[in-house]
Design a protein around this ligand. Structure first.
Ligand SMILES: Cc1cc2nc3c(=O)[nH]c(=O)nc-3n(C[C@H](O)[C@H](O)[C@H](O)COP(=O)(O)OP(=O)(O)OC[C@H]3O[C@@H](n4cnc5c(N)ncnc54)[C@H](O)[C@@H]3O)c2cc1C
Length: 427
C-alpha cells in the first residue's frame, strides 16, 4: 500500500487542499477542524476567533457559502465606527474628518492636501512613511501610531508595507474633502458590504466542507523526517507520506526538522506574530451602539476592535441584548493575564457604551487565538522565501496564512490550498 498525501492543519487552506487532492489525510492538532474560522458556542451564542465577516465578491464562492450556511445576512452597507479619546466617528477617520473637533479637522486636511501634492511615487521604506505620505503627520501620529502599538504591538518604523493591499486604502482626496464637509456613506472601505451566517457563527459557511474528508483530530505534529518521508505526532504515532503539505506555522515546521540549517532556523525565529484574547460580552440592554463593529484607538484601553454581533445578525437575536465580541492583541513574546484583561475590557466597555457592569452583564467569556496576525516586519518576506526554497528542496509544500506568513482572507486561504493541490496533480 502506498502512503497517503499528508496535510498538516484543518484550517481553510488544509480543507481547500484535501478537497482537491485525492487520497489525502489531514492531521489537526486541535480537537475540532476550522482553524481560524472556527466558531465557539458560549452561552447560546457563537463567537469567532477574532471578528470575521465575508466580503468576498466571487459569485461562485458566495453561492457555495450560501448553500453551506443556509440562512445568511447580506449587509449592504456596513456601519463601522471608531472611538478616540471621548469622540465617536465613522471609520476610517481620514474619510470622515467632520467627526473631529474643528481645529484638528483643519490641521489634518491641510496636511493631507500637502501630502498629496508632495507625494513621492517611490515605495515607502516603512508603514510609518506610507501613512505620512497618505494621511499627513497628525493622523499618522495621533491615530495610526497609537492604534498600531495596540494592534500590531510594533513600531510603525519596523513594519513593511506589503500587507496594506486590501486592508488599508490609499487616500483619495475628493472623498476626504467631501467627508470633511458633509456626511458621506462609506463606500471605500473593503468592508462596505458583507455576508455573515444568520446562525452558527462564521464557521457555518464552511462546516459542510469538512464532511467526507479524512481528518484525524488531536494530532499535533512534532517532527518531520524528510529523508524517511515520515511525520511523528505528540502522541508518539508516526505516519509515512507521499507528499507533505503543511499549513501550520512556518516556524513550528522548521523547529520540527532537527536537521534544518542554522541560517534557516534563524530566519524561522525572526518571524513574529500576535496572539488574540477575545473577550465576549452579553449585555442585558439592547442597541447600545449603532455600529456593526468599531475600533478603539486609545492606548490605555486594551480592546482594539469590537464586533457587535447583535447588530450583524439582529433577526437571530431576541432583541433584548447587545452582544460584543472584542479583540485584544499581544505579541507572541508578551505574557498576559486573561482575568485581568477580561475585567479591564468589561470596565472600559461599560464606560464607552454606558452599561452597568454589576447589573447589566449577562455573561463574559473569552476565546484565545495563540496565532492571530502575522506581523509584517521588515525583512520578513526575504526570510519566508529562503525557508520556502529550502523546504522545496526537502519536497515539502507550505501554504496558507501561517504557511506563507502573510495575511490572507478566508477565501484566499481556501484557494491557496486548492492551488497547491492542483499544482501537485500537475494541473
Ligand atoms: C483575528 C483574525 C480575523 C480575521 N478576519 C477575517 C475576516 O473578517 N474575513 C476573512 O475572510 N478572513 C479573516 N481572517 C483570515 C482567515 O481567518 C484566515 O486567512 C484563514 O482562516 C487561514 O486559514 P489557514 O488554513 O491558512 O490557517 P489556520 O486557520 O491557522 O489553520 C492551520 C491549522 O493548523 C493547525 N495546527 C497548528 N500547528 C499544528 C501542528 N503542529 N500539527 C497539526 N496541526 C497544527 C491549527 O490548529 C489550525 O487548525 C482573519 C484572521 C484573523 C487571525
Amino acid at each position: 500500500m502506498t502512503d497517503s498525501n499528508i496535510i498538516l492543519g484543518a484550517g481553510l487552506t488544509g480543507i481547500g487542499c484535501a478537497r482537491h487532492l485525492p487520497d489525502s489525510v489531514i492531521y489537526e492538532a486541535r480537537e475540532h477542524p476550522g482553524g481560524h474560522v472556527y466558531s465557539h458556542s458560549q452561552g447560546g451564542y457563537h463567537f469567532d476567533e477574532g471578528a470575521h465577516i465575508c466580503h468576498a465578491t466571487d459569485p461562485d464562492w458566495l453561492d457555495q457559502l450560501y448553500r453551506n450556511a443556509g440562512d445568511v445576512v447580506n449587509m449592504k452597507q456596513s456601519r463601522v465606527g471608531y472611538y478616540w479619546h471621548g469622540h465617536w466617528g465613522t471609520y476610517p477617520v481620514q474619510n470622515h474628518l467632520r467627526d473631529l473637533p474643528v481645529e484638528l479637522r483643519i490641521q489634518a486636511l491641510k496636511e493631507i492636501v500637502h501630502a498629496h501634492v508632495d507625494r513621492d511615487e517611490a515605495i515607502p521604506a516603512s508603514y510609518a512613511d506610507w501613512c505620512r505620505s497618505q494621511y499627513g503627520e497628525l493622523l499618522t501620529e495621533r491615530f495610526y501610531r497609537e492604534y498600531t502599538e495596540k494592534y500590531w504591538r510594533m513600531d510603525m518604523e519596523d513594519m513593511d508595507v506589503d500587507w496594506l493591499s486590501g486592508r488599508l486604502l490609499p487616500s483619495q482626496l475628493d472623498r476626504i474633502l467631501h467627508g470633511a464637509i458633509a456626511p458621506m456613506e462609506e463606500k471605500q472601505s473593503v468592508f462596505a458590504t458583507f455576508h455573515y451566517p444568520a446562525r452558527g457563527g462564521f464557521f457555518a459557511f464552511f462546516e459542510p466542507f469538512y464532511r467526507d474528508v479524512d481528518i484525524r483530530q488531536g494530532k499535533r505534529m512534532v517532527s518531520v523526517d524528510p529523508a524517511g518521508r515520515k511525520v511523528t505526532f505528540a502522541d508518539g504515532e508516526s505516519a509515512g507520506y507521499r507528499n507533505l503539505i503543511s499549513t501550520i506555522p512556518l516556524n513550528d515546521l522548521v523547529r520540527a526538522m532537527p536537521d534544518s540549517p542554522d541560517a534557516i532556523r534563524k530566519d524561522a525565529e525572526s518571524l513574529r506574530h500576535t496572539q488574540m484574547i477575545g473577550v465576549n460580552l452579553v449585555v442585558r440592554k439592547p442597541a447600545l451602539t449603532p455600529y456593526h463593529w468599531f475600533y478603539v484607538y486609545d492606548r490605555d484601553i486594551d480592546v482594539s476592535r469590537v464586533k457587535v454581533l447583535s447588530n450583524v445578525i439582529p433577526d437571530s437575536m431576541n432583541g433584548h441584548v447587545t452582544i460584543l465580541q472584542t479583540e485584544i492583541f499581544r505579541r507572541d513574546d508578551e505574557a498576559y493575564d486573561v482575568e485581568r484583561l477580561k475585567a479591564k475590557a468589561v470596565s472600559d466597555l461599560s464606560e464607552l457604551l454606558s452599561f452597568d457592569p454589576e447589573t447589566d452583564l449577562q455573561s463574559v467569556d473569552h476565546v484565545i487565538a495563540s496565532h492571530a496576525y502575522t506581523i509584517p516586519t521588515l525583512g520578513r518576506q526575504a526570510s519566508v522565501d529562503r525557508i520556502h526554497g529550502w523546504l522545496a528542496d526537502q519536497g515539502i509544500y507550505s501554504a496558507g496564512l501561517y504557511g506563507r506568513w502573510k495575511y490572507i482572507w478566508s477565501n484566499q486561504a481556501y484557494e491557496d490550498g486548492k492551488k497547491t493541490a492542483l499544482a501537485l496533480k500537475g494541473e
